[in-house]
Ligand binder design. Structure first.
Ligand SMILES: Cc1cc2nc3c(=O)[nH]c(=O)nc-3n(C[C@H](O)[C@H](O)[C@H](O)COP(=O)(O)OP(=O)(O)OC[C@H]3O[C@@H](n4cnc5c(N)ncnc54)[C@H](O)[C@@H]3O)c2cc1C
Length: 387
């Protein structure tokens, strides 16, 4: 039985731990943060494809115990007029319904489930270097500790140390917009829970959803230059509110009222994306999730893509005759899908008419093909060989 080291206990890493365990591997997850509750600030929406991936690794219940479901979407223009109002994909299936939750809650739920199933999750283990040998790979940690396995999976996010170990020149780039997000219980919105509203404002793309306890989760994406270095670390909600409000007050929508009602929970980050075509692997090392294919958040697919990665990787290692063939199969099934998402999301972030980079060479999998890639019982080695 292969021993697999997963570096990073975020969405990609803990889901990979669960999936690899289900596929019969001995797996250890090494997370730099000392506790499970890292990055409580940001929230995200898991789409029906991410929920489908979770169902393949029997982790739906663990995740639906936290956050709240979304079943409908409204789209407004800058005048507040409704452009669309429809059910979200998967709305009629409790396992596939969109879910809105804080990123820290998602990771904590997945980590607890992994531990419950016997996955060894080690906190406070920050990888510093990777030593590859002909028969094994060794991870070195900041505390001087080491771990050795047959394969090392880097799920260590945007600034991946694992990626740096074999592709030091590959870095995420600014994707053209600043992303603000926040929470308030004082917002003057009247609709109930279960709906996400997207607003195509004249100066910002805005979105909000109300939790069952009446808390409004919101984000605002503002196209433009990156904030000056150092500003992202400036934890000043008043400043972000004053920066956003004039942009949102240009429109007759609920956005400005929601932000005005938000007192201390406003955060900002840059949208970033990985360049297409970058290397994902060496003989015994592979990167997944944001480490490999971070995309701007415009399509809201980063965490769902990370969950899909985990399922397809575990199946590839289960079904292929050896690690090299498994990683080749994994990459052939995943690259076009995630790079298509990077291109589409970046185009939305830049409010551009066409993608910034070269066209993705291979078309992404169709809906039916994706279902086969994810379904736990299909043999992905055969699917990749026949593709
Ligand atoms: C503002 C914003 C909004 C977003 N909204 C959405 C959304 O609505 N829907 C969606 O699907 N996605 C969304 N995303 C994207 C989503 O958050 C990411 O794609 C997803 O969290 C990636 O998961 P990951 O596990 O690959 O990386 P991460 O979540 O970054 O996890 C990496 C983990 O590795 C650990 N780590 C880092 N370095 C080391 C090291 N050297 N050694 C050991 N451990 C290490 C970190 O502590 C962390 O726990 C959004 C992103 C942003 C920025």
């Amino acid at each position: 039985m292969a021993r697999i080291l997963v570096i990073g206990g975020g969405t990609a890493g803990t889901a990979a731990g669960l999936a690899l365990r289900k596929a019969g591997f001995e797996v250890t997850v090494h997370e730099a943060h000392p506790t499970a509750a890292e990055d409580i600030g940001a929230f995200l929406t898991l789409a029906s494809n991410g929920m489908r991936a979770l169902a393949q690794i029997d982790a739906s219940a663990a995740v639906t115990a936290t956050g709240f479901e979304l079943t409908a979407l409204s789209v407004l223009d800058g005048t507040g007029a409704e452009l669309a109002n429809r059910p979200l994909a998967g709305a009629d299936d409790p396992l596939l319904r969109y879910r809105c939750l804080r990123r820290g809650e998602l990771n904590a739920a997945l980590q607890a489930e992994a531990v419950r199933r016997g996955v060894d999750v080690r906190h406070g283990a920050r990888l510093v270097s990777v030593e590859a040998g002909p028969d094994a790979v060794t991870a070195h940690f900041t505390d001087g500790g080491t771990a050795t396995g047959d394969l090392l999976v880097g799920a260590d996010g945007l600034n991946s140390a694992v990626r740096h170990s074999f592709a030091p020149d590959t870095r995420p780039a600014y994707a053209g917009e600043r992303v603000f997000y926040g929470y308030t219980t004082e917002a003057p919105v009247t609709e109930g829970t279960g709906r996400i509203t997207l607003i195509r404002g004249s100066a910002a793309a805005f979105g909000y959803a109300v939790s069952p306890t009446g808390e409004t989760y919101w984000f605002a994406r503002v196209t433009g230059e990156p904030l000056p270095p150092g500003d992202l670390a400036d934890d000043t909600p008043d400043r972000w509110r004053e920066l956003l409000l004039p942009l949102l007050r240009r429109d007759a929508t609920p956005a400005a009222g929601i932000v005005a009602a938000t007192t201390d929970s406003i955060m900002v980050t840059h949208a970033t994306e990985m360049p297409p075509g970058a290397s994902w692997r060496t003989a015994r090392t592979l990167i997944i999730g944001d480490a490999a294919h971070a995309a701007s958040p415009a399509t809201g697919q980063g965490a769902s893509m990370a969950l899909e990665d985990a399922v397809v990787l575990a199946k590839a290692l289960r079904d292929a005759p050896n690690i090299d063939k498994a990683l080749t199969a994994y990459e052939s099934l995943r690259r076009s899908r995630v790079e298509h998402n990077i291109a589409v999301s970046g185009q939305i972030s830049r409010r551009a008419d066409s993608p910034a980079g070269p066209a993705v060479a291979t078309p992404p999998p169709t809906e039916d093909e994706l279902l086969r890639h994810l379904a736990w019982d299909t043999d992905v080695w055969t699917l990749a060989r026949d593709a």
